[in-house]
Design a protein around this ligand. Sequence first.
Ligand code: PRP
Ligand code: URA
Length: 207
Amino acid sequence: MQPLVVSHPLAQCHLTEMRNASTPSHRFRRHLNLLGRMLFLEATRELSVEAIRVQTPLQETDGVTLARPMVLVPILRAGLGLLDGILSLVPDASVAHVGIKRNEETALPQPYYANLPPVITEADVFLLDPMLATGGSAVEAARQLKAAGAKHVTMLCVVSCPQGIATLSKAHPDVRIVTAAIDDSLNDCRYIVPGLGDAGDRYFGTL
Ligand code: PRP
Ligand code: URA
């Protein structure tokens, strides 16, 4: 499955502001929030719906409702930056959490928390993380989701790179990837280049 790259000009403007090292945390947060909404709108373009009838004040007419429940899963910490904007579009969605911290020296994922509700087994699940670098964190998160019974998983990430996409696609070929950019590569510290730096630190102001 090829990643969906959201090339909408407004999405690319938000991304450019986020890449800019001079953008302070409060503006970085705002751009991540808005870009997250745009990624989510593109990711859900083909979402399954069911036909229902609805009574307007004047008469009955046709309408639709989501065919499956929806679960949003931010990978702590930085994934939280995508959550609020998306939740404003789907206020009925459930929110699950997966906590994973990349080891600073090895870049291997270290899981430290998980809270995955039973509804995940029948839901459209959206895994949220601004960065797909080595892919280690996303592979581990998808593993946990599937172990909990998730079947329909989409990964939303702002910046990805070929290595992360290849690693996630090999481990979980059924997980769809939606991203605003596929950057060139990883540097020696396994940061995405050109990238946007450490997303969690920039979002939370902990640089
Ligand atoms: C960052 C990012 C991803 C991960 C990506 O989180 O938000 O979760 O690294 O790297 P990978 O693809 O090589 O696994 P980090 O581990 O720095 O934690 P944080 O969100 O708490 O800052
Ligand atoms: N985590 C980040 O926040 N940024 C990167 O470039 C890689 C991992």
